[in-house]
Design a protein. Structure first.
Ligand SMILES: Cc1cc2nc3c(=O)[nH]c(=O)nc-3n(C[C@H](O)[C@H](O)[C@H](O)COP(=O)(O)O)c2cc1C
Length: 308
């Protein structure tokens, strides 16, 4: 038996102990219930639920998805049921699971994030918060909160004050120096960092001679972004002393192992679930097989091994 367990919030009183490093990423696995008929999702390390906002959102105009070479563009626009319905309808189900559930939160203002963090604090069925700072900051003319260290730190500080739950801050790749943002959110009290969110992109419909997505731009995900994500995980893991959760284009166990060797303590499987709903479990089983084959007893031996 190999030991796959990992502690993602060592500095937090509640901690965030996962039995294995495989997580699902926000917006690609619904609320978990949608996938429970495809495999035993309780075997995973943790689930991150759909991005949640203060008020329910209908999302962006259609079309909202486009296939690209080795990836996809999406402009869902955070369609979700809102934090009140999440607490009422989803958390009682999660409270009966052994799978830790992390709620991904998104806001238009710093106060949005803080209010959600305080509402979700102490609710049974929630093991942590993942703060999506890839959202436009309305007060700052729509620049992403995560694009600069100061606004990223401001959101983190407010969320940290509002909750005792482990706080994971999810970084955007749409910035010039991601390591600087990582250091700023670490100093502001993040327990762990996850990365990367989607890269901004677009596509044109030749027949209409217009942008293909209703929102004009969207987020690129899938295998196309893996080398970028891996590089950013490597950079960030070298810059901070808190756990890093890596993701972006992970489709197989080999992809996941690359992120772990680059310094990720855990990994997230996202778009891969759309083509193979069992992808997170396949990744987990593949990591286990690799460790058995290589005679590695503890996952910690692999974390950051490419850096040493
Ligand atoms: C359809 C779709 C919806 C997403 N929704 C969210 C979201 O609500 N919050 C968030 O932080 N990330 C969201 N993401 C980003 C993913 O969680 C992930 O960070 C990104 O897709 C890169 O990983 P991947 O290449 O494995 O998909 C979404 C991605 C997709 C494809």
């Amino acid at each position: 038996m190999v030991n796959l367990s990992v502690q993602l919030a060592p500095k937090n009183l509640q901690g965030l102990l996962l039995t294995n490093p495989v997580m699902t990423s926000a917006g690609t696995f619904g609320y978990g219930t949608e996938y429970s008929h495809t495999f035993d999702i309780q075997k995973l390390g943790a689930m991150v639920c759909k991005g949640t906002t203060l008020k329910p959102r209908e999302g962006n105009p259609q079309p909202r998805l486009a296939e690209t070479a080795s990836g996809m563009l999406n402009s869902i626009g955070l369609q979700n049921i809102g934090v009140n319905a999440l607490i009422k309808e989803k958390t009682p189900i999660w409270a009966s699971w052994r799978l830790p559930v992390i709620v991904n939160i998104a806001g238009e203002s710093v106060d949005d994030y803080a209010q959600m963090a305080s509402q979700l604090d102490g609710v049974a069925g929630i093991s942590g918060l993942e703060v999506n700072i890839s959202c436009p900051n309305v007060a700052a003319g729509g620049a992403e909160f995560g694009a600069n260290p100061d606004s990223a730190a401001e959101v983190t500080t407010k969320v940290r004050k509002a909750t005792s739950l482990p706080v994971l801050v999810k970084l955007t790749p749409n910035t010039t120096d991601i390591a600087k943002v990582a250091v700023a959110v670490t100093e502001a009290g993040a327990d762990a960092i996850s990365l990367i969110n989607t890269l901004k992109g677009m596509a044109i419909d030749l027949n209409k001679r217009k942008p293909l997505l209703g929102n004009i731009t969207g987020g690129l995900s899938g295998p196309a972004i893996k080398p970028v994500a891996l590089y950013m995980v490597y950079e960030v893991a070298g810059a901070v002393d808190i756990p890093v959760i890596g993701g972006g284009g992970i489709t197989t166990a080999s992809d996941a192992l690359e992120f772990i060797m680059a310094g990720a303590s855990a990994i997230q499987v996202g778009s891969a679930s759309f083509t193979n709903p069992r992808a997170p479990l396949d990744v987990l089983e593949g990591i286990e097989q690799f460790m058995q084959k290589e005679g590695i007893n503890n996952l910690t031996e692999l974390i950051g091994s490419a850096r040493r």
